[in-house]
Design a protein around this ligand. Structure first.
Ligand code: ZN
Length: 277
C-alpha cells in the first residue's frame, strides 16, 4: 500500500510558502512500432503508432505553494483538502502486488465474480461431474473460468507505461482535460457497486491502435498539473524518496489499471498498448 496522502500531508505540515516547478505532464508523443495481425490477414504487419511519452516535463512556469494549496498567480488551482482527497483515493485503489486484487471484494464484484459457480470435470472413469468452483469472466472475450485460471493484466503496460497508467489514474479522479468515459471513471463514486461489462471481443485477439484518439484524455488539466507538481515537491523533501516513482508505482498497481483476462487474451503480447476504457 502506498502512502501518497501521508507524503503530501507531511509536505504541508513542514511548509514554508514558496514556489514549485510546474510539472505540466503534456504527452510528448513518440512512435512505437507494433506487430499486429489484422482481421483479414494471418500475416503480422508492422504498424507505427503514436503513444504519449513517459516523462513529466518541467515547464518554465512556477506555481506558488502555501498552507491553503497550490496557486498560479491569484488563482487557487488545487486546495490542500482536494490534494489530500486525491492522494487518499490513489492510495485507496493501489495494491502493493497486483495479484492481491483477486482478494479484493469490490474489484471482484465489479468484474462479475461468481462464488457459487460449478465447473464440469471428468472423473477417472471419463464421466462428467460438476464441482463447485468460484469463477469470473475474461474482460476481453467473456469466457467464464475458475478464478484460479484468471490472470491479472495491467491494462496499461508495466514497461514504458509510467505516463500512461499515471494519467489514467488521474483521469478517473477528474484531473485531465477530457473526462474518462469508461465504467471505472464514470462509476468511481459508486465503487464496487456496479458491474463492468465484458468487451465480447473475439477470443484471444484484441488489436487496439486508437490509444491517442482523444489526446485531451491524456493531458492533465490545471488541477492535475498542480497535483503532479505538488507530488514532485513533496517527494523531493524526503531524502530516501524515489521521486515521482512513488506516484507512478501506486498508479501502476491501481485497481483502476487492473483487468481480469484469460491466458489466451492476456498472452497476445503483440497488442502491447491496449485501449483504456
Ligand atoms: Zn479472454
Amino acid at each position: 500500500m502506498s502512502t501518497i496522502r501521508q507524503t503530501i500531508s507531511d509536505a504541508f505540515k513542514g511548509l514554508s510558502p514558496g514556489t514549485i516547478g510546474l510539472h505540466h505532464g503534456d504527452p510528448s508523443t513518440y512512435s512505437h512500432t507494433l506487430s499486429v495481425k489484422t482481421k483479414n490477414s494471418s500475416v503480422k504487419k508492422k504498424k507505427v503508432i503514436q503513444v504519449p511519452g513517459r516523462f513529466y516535463q518541467h515547464g518554465s512556469k512556477t506555481l506558488y505553494l502555501d498552507a491553503k494549496g497550490v496557486w498560479e498567480n491569484t488563482a487557487l488551482l488545487l486546495s490542500k483538502a482536494d490534494a489530500l482527497h486525491i492522494a487518499g483515493e490513489i492510495d485507496r485503489f493501489s495494491l502493493s502486488y497486483h495479484g492481491d486484487v483477486k482478494s479484493n471484494n469490490e474489484w471482484l464484484a465489479m468484474y462479475g465474480y461468481n462464488p457459487t459457480m460449478s465447473i464440469t470435470f471428468h472423473d477417472k472413469h471419463g464421466k462428467p461431474v460438476q464441482k463447485p468452483m468460484p469463477g469470473m469472466a475474461c474482460h476481453n472475450c467473456g469466457i467464464v473460468l475458475p478464478i484460479q485460471l484468471i490472470e491479472i493484466d495491467h491494462h496499461m503496460p508495466q514497461a514504458d507505461g509510467e505516463y500512461l497508467y499515471t494519467v489514467k489514474t488521474l483521469r478517473a479522479l477528474g484531473l485531465t482535460i477530457a473526462a474518462g468515459t469508461g465504467a471505472k471513471s464514470t462509476g468511481i463514486g459508486n465503487w464496487g457497486k456496479f458491474v463492468i461489462a465484458v468487451k465480447e471481443r473475439p477470443f484471444g485477439t484484441n488489436p487496439q491502435l486508437n490509444l491517442v484518439a482523444d489526446r485531451n484524455k491524456w493531458i492533465p488539466n490545471d488541477k492535475g498539473k498542480a497535483f503532479l507538481s505538488l507530488c514532485a515537491f513533496a517527494f523531493s523533501l524526503n531524502p530516501f524518496s524515489i521521486g515521482m516513482m512513488a506516484l507512478t508505482s501506486a498508479c501502476r498497481n491501481s485497481m483502476l489499471n487492473l483487468v481480469p483476462l484469460c491466458r489466451t487474451c492476456n498472452g497476445n503480447k503483440s497488442d502491447y498498448y491496449k485501449v483504456i476504457k
